[in-house]
Write a protein that binds this ligand. Sequence first.
Ligand code: MLT
Length: 279
Amino acid sequence: MKKYFVDDTIYFVRTKGSGPILLFAHGFPLDGRLFEPVIDKLASKFYCVVPDLRGLGQTSLGANGRNSHGVPRVKMGRFADDLAILGSEVACERGCKGAKVFVCGLSMGGYIMLEFVRRRPQLFAGGIFCCSNANADTDGNALSRTYLADTIDSYAIRTLADNMVPSLTARETPKDNPDVVATLRAIITSQKPQGVAAALRGMAVRRDLTDKLSKIEAPILVLGGESDVISPVELLDSIADAIPNSSRATIPGSGHVPPLENPDAFADAILEWYGRTFE
Ligand code: MLT
């Protein structure tokens, strides 16, 4: 993995390919390994930049991954700013300083992508909004996240994996593709409690960006799994309807993590959209 200074921490990043920069933002409580199965195919059209986001995977939290009382918390805007810094660094390194970038955000990564568009529209070429939503947390959800953040330790992360993994995949995935379940468990149980707590607290205070969807000018592909119970097909249909320049695709045989469950279909949907929209 490559290392990049981003703000006050060092980001661990997988890179591959050539063409426009495509920055990936993974879901919770995962890391860049989520996208590893799709990098090779997408590298035919994009320079893929797949980080472990602040506090997750190998990237450490840094002082700016804490609130003013020193409590771990990474807001979606901080993640989005980190991505913008990383994108700019990569663009300089590749001799295309100031170039616009594409963003692919899955679930928590989708919240981050919407913040990126809101904060840096001038940097945003287009994106893939995957298995996510534009809402803020309900009060109840925010309270549960904050409670979990306050009590999380390595044992609780194993319990979190037990509780989350069944809802992350399509019902058939554990039987048809047990490796996906093993990979998800391995990714989740390897996370550090303070990074998980920081992301939980950040998601709990995220804004409702529903009314910003109609203002997005750049092309967006809204992508989801056909059996995703967290971001169901109808929810993603309504998000695609709200974004003026959107396309919509649904990945068969997949729940909430299509890059792991059906990587070829996930990558093909992105390549097809890119070809149709930009070439
Ligand atoms: C994710 O996959 O990133 C989570 O489902 C997002 C969330 O907990 O809201």
